[in-house]
Design a protein around this ligand. Structure first.
Ligand code: PGA
Ligand code: ZN
Length: 405
């Protein structure tokens, strides 16, 4: 056994310039793991809170007085015991005392330290084969809206989904779509100063349907020119524009049945292969209606619906609400809780997509999780240092970009 000999928490900043935490775990054999915790903006109601009421300052002081003493000396290989201890020290049902980001950073850091001791990658220590035969598809945000880009479309993310290829081909294809979307926007709005949103996708004052037209023709162009698989997708983050039983777009208001038909029609018209959170976060039934209608040709992904919680996924499995679940460690706070949800998805043939947050940091452990979990997708954006860090880590795991000598 190798014991934990150092536990440190540090204040750092995320890609939105907001404060978050970095954890370092050291072992008595001289190995260490370092991980930061990202933060969301369109957070689900059932997520653990990122920080205690007193914010990062309180998280740091609790880290020193309560969390650190409970973790020192523990076996670095005992992830389940470590994560259990975090719950015990927290003492609440949802990490509201110590904060989910303290738990997330520490939980991932200890996993990294353990992997380093064994001379393995984190992906391998999570169970990835030495030579994977399939890779998570890249789920890359090309155009931002919703809460990530005020003034843009109501839907939050217009996505390039590049599945079933090598990491290099997937990254290449998805980034090529991002570029083609930018070129199309420049052609359509030659005098407009185009910006980029929180996840590095373009921001333009256009509607949902226009954005989808641009995205789907950019995907078609890239498929033709590069001969690579890449398809349009959406994260509607629909809870953000749902109130009093209605989905309130800038140009239309529809009830739940109307939303089912509207999204099913978009799947057919644009050949969408990825649709996330098309309904409110409590709408298990409408999710099931859409999955029954288009689930054989499109991933229907629950993010705010499940918030990576096993108990909520159990309900989704029973009601056949979706065929895929988004996985974000800091929605539940530990790797052990995350793995429980991933295992439930696997046993029920539900796909997993492992995801970043809109406020993220330039490190690559997410790629290891996506590969280790056997996810069908890694959702990590495309441009910006904190997004590229994850894609480049996927390339390192893929190995194909190494020079021969
Ligand atoms: P968030 O958004 O990180 O702001 O929650 C990402 C998503 O909804 O998938
Ligand atoms: Zn989402």
């Amino acid at each position: 056994m190798s014991a934990i000999s150092g536990v440190r928490l540090r204040l750092v900043f995320d890609s939105r310039g907001r404060e978050t935490l970095e954890a370092t775990i050291e072992t008595d054999r001289g190995f260490r793991g370092i991980a930061t915790a990202p933060s969301g903006e369109s957070t689900g109601t059932h997520e653990v809170p990122a920080f205690p009421k007193g914010g990062v300052a309180e998280a740091l002081s609790l880290g020193l007085t309560a969390v650190r003493p409970a973790l020192m000396g523990r076996d670095v290989a005992d992830q389940v015991g470590f994560d259990g201890k975090l719950h015990e020290v927290d003492g609440t049902a949802n990490f509201s005392r110590i904060g989910g980001n303290t738990a997330t950073a520490l939980s991932v850091a200890v996993a990294l330290a353990h992997a380093a001791e064994g001379g393995r990658t984190l992906a391998a220590s999570l169970g990835a084969p030495a030579h994977p035969t399939s890779w998570p598809g890249v789920v890359g945000n090309c155009l931002n809206g919703g809460r990530h880009a005020i003034g843009g479309p109501d839907m939050q993310e217009f996505i390039a989904f590049a599945p079933n290829a090598t990491p290099l081909d997937e990254v290449r294809a998805a980034i090529a779509v991002h570029r083609a979307v930018g070129e199309a926007l420049h052609r359509a709005y030659p005098t407009l100063a185009l910006g980029r949103g929180d996840e590095g996708g373009w921001v333009a004052p256009i509607g949902n349907v226009e954005a989808l037209e641009i995205l789907s023709s950019a995907c078609a162009t890239v498929r033709d020119s590069l001969k690579l698989s890449v398809f349009p997708g959406l994260d509607l983050a629909a809870s953000e524009f749902f109130s009093d039983g209605q989905y309130r777009y800038k140009d239309r208001t529809v009830d739940s049945d109307g939303q089912v038909s509207f999204v099913a029609e978009l799947v057919d018209r644009y050949g969408l292969k990825y649709v996330e959170d098309p309904f409110d976060q409590e709408a298990f039934g409408p999710f099931a209606q859409l999955t029954a209608a288009v689930g054989t040709k499109c991933l229907i992904v629950g993010d705010d619906l499940y918030t990576t919680r096993r108990a909520r996924l159990e309900r989704g499995v029973a009601e056949r609400s979706s065929n895929a679940v988004l996985i974000k460690v800091n929605q539940v706070g530990t790797l052990t809780d995350t793995l429980a949800t991933v295992a439930l998805a696997r046993t029920n043939d539900m796909a997993t997509v492992t995801s970043h947050r809109s406020g993220d940091l330039p490190e690559g452990w997410l790629a290891h999780l996506a590969v280790g979990f056997g996810s069908v997708g890694i959702k990590c954006g495309l441009l910006g240092g904190e997004r590229v860090a994850k894609l480049n880590e996927l390339l390192r795991l893929g190995g194909a970009t190494e020079a021969e000598n």
